[in-house]
Design a protein around this ligand. Structure first.
Ligand code: FES
Length: 67
């Protein structure tokens, strides 16, 4: 789904950026441009970053638990 209409950024793009190393809304803004115009998407984008980080941590925990 589109999160940032100004820059046409989707939640999948934000999740991909988090998996590539981004860990904050500021980094998402710098890499993708989300929340860099009207800013209305900021809260939702931040929520998606937190959710993606939590998923990533869970994945890493499972990875290390299995090895
Ligand atoms: Fe994202 Fe406007 S909707 S900057």
């Amino acid at each position: 789904m589109y999160v940032c209409l100004c820059k046409r950024i989707t939640d999948a793009q934000i999740r991909s950026a988090v998996h590539a190393g981004a860990s904050s809304l500021a980094e998402i803004r710098d890499t993708l441009g989300a929340s860099s115009q009207c800013g209305k998407c900021g809260n939702l984008a931040r929520e998606i970053v937190r959710d993606a980080l939590a998923d990533y941590v869970d994945d890493q925990t499972l990875f290390y638990a299995a090895s």
